[in-house]
Design a protein around this ligand. Structure first.
Ligand code: NAD
Length: 295
């Protein structure tokens, strides 16, 4: 069996187009475009790249982008004051603080200061709670993107066995909550799980969010399973070069799975597209308007 490749790039492009199509409706109703504020503290090169691509994608979707770059030595009070101003700013619908933050800043306090209705990353405990109790709220971008790919591929998920490997607040836990909301039978596996291959082998849906290169191999999979690989790992590729691989060994997994996301080109492109989607959804909700279907 050779698995179908789930093309996250194509799906993400379609989602971006739907987001861009919703912007003029919002603008007609409110007289302004939805706005996303991104805050970067320090000069971490990877974070700077992410922030730049988020800003570009926001503008490309016809939205307003507000970038705030703060010095690496910025104190917690100054960052909290900026968040307070963004919370109060009517032109800002979404606030994203790029993580990680420098050591002098308490990440939890910063995330807690963001207005939950502008929390487009979905990391605020209020949004985590809304997801857990089944209320409408903003959901973390990467797991929501994974769910979109799964529903696009499988349609109805109800009753399927899902195993999520990883229990982070950013990916694993919200992923498990989303699958539970779809009426899957959900198992969360993690670093202390006994017989991980045995646990994974019973899954119709496997979501790997571990950060360990090519850990999940084809012999761990139930034939026909749908595999979503969240991992992004850079490994040596000889001659001083490197390449990106996921948490799943693509070649052996593709020989057993029914469908699988590649790395790169699977989950990765979904994250920014869902961030734009969350910003538009937040904008409509804040204006008391119904967001167009299909977002
Ligand atoms: P994390 O380090 O916060 O969490 C990793 C989880 O994996 C932990 O819960 C841990 O219990 C579990 N784990 C570690 N070793 C294990 C093992 N041997 N067996 C089973 N479980 C094990 O990481 P994260 O933030 O959730 O990210 C996970 C991966 O996803 C990373 O590679 C990250 O780069 C990637 N990621 C990708 C995107 C994207 O846009 N595609 C977004 C976020 C994270």
């Amino acid at each position: 069996m050779t698995a179908a490749t789930i093309d996250g790039k194509v799906f993400a492009e379609g989602l971006r187009e739907r987001v861009a199509a919703a912007v003029p409706d919002f603008q007609a109703a409110t007289g302004r475009a939805p706005g996303l504020a991104v805050v970067l503290v320090g000069e971490d090169p990877a974070s700077a790249v992410y922030v730049r691509s988020k800003g570009k994608a926001t503008l490309a979707a016809g939205m307003e982008s507000f970038e705030h770059r703060l010095d690496a030595t910025t104190g917690q009070d100054d960052l909290l004051a900026l968040i307070g101003r963004l919370n109060a700013d009517e032109a800002v619908d979404g606030i994203l603080v790029q993580l990680p933050l420098p050591p002098q800043i308490d990440e939890k306090a910063v995330l807690a200061a963001i207005d939950p209705d502008k929390d487009v990353d979905g990391f605020h405990v209020v949004n985590a709670g809304r997801l857990a109790v089944g209320e409408e709220g903003l959901v973390p971008c990467t797991p929501l993107g994974c769910l979109m790919l799964l529903k696009d591929r499988l349609g109805e998920l109800s009753g399927l066995e899902a195993v999520v490997i990883g229990r982070s607040n950013i990916v694993g836990k919200p992923m498990a909550q989303l699958l539970l909301r779809e009426s899957c039978t959900v198992t969360i596996a993690h670093s202390r799980t006994r017989d991980l291959p045995g646990v994974v082998r019973r899954a119709d849906i496997v979501v790997a969010a571990v950060g360990r290169p090519e850990m999940v191999t084809g012999d761990w999979l139930k034939p026909g399973a749908t595999v979503i690989d969240v991992g992004i790992n850079r490994i040596a590729a000889g001659e001083g070069k490197t390449r990106l691989v996921g948490d799943v060994d693509f070649a052996s997994a593709a020989a057993v799975a029914g469908a699988i996301t590649p790395v790169p080109g699977g989950v990765g492109p979904m994250t920014i597209a869902v961030l734009l989607r969350n910003t538009v959804v937040a904008a409509f909700a804040r204006a008391g308007l119904t967001a167009p279907a299909g977002l």
